[in-house]
Each structure stands twice: as C-alpha cells, then as structure tokens.
Design a protein around this ligand. Sequence first.
Ligand SMILES: [Zn+2]
Length: 66
Amino acid sequence: MALYEYVCMNKKCKHRMEKIIFSEDEEKALRCEKCNAKKLKKIMSVCSPPDVRGLNAANGYTRTKE
Ligand SMILES: [Zn+2]
C-alpha cells in the first residue's frame, strides 16, 4: 500500500489527485476522477510529504476525544 500523487494527462483537465494504491491492478484501473481519462502520470513528490490526516482517515483511523 502506498500513497501516490497523479496528474491527469488531458491538457484540458490537468487534474491533480492523491490516491492510495493497494494493488497493481488498482493502479492499472485508475482514472481521472474529474474527466475520467485513463492517462495519468505518477508524480514522485519527494519534497511534499503525503497528507497524514488524509491517510489516517482512509485507514479508518479516528482519534478518540478526551
Ligand atoms: Zn482529467
């Protein structure tokens, strides 16, 4: 499982999105959530770490209130 950032290759769209990929098949079936294009470019964002809160939310992690 890994968090990747993708950018849509559709010149009219260029939508950026972060996706948590669980399997290779899931990545192959990935489409732009805005224009539904299949051409997505994976971005290796080294200097910007993944959103930890978003990752935790996707894992069903909830912090109990005190
Ligand atoms: Zn798109």
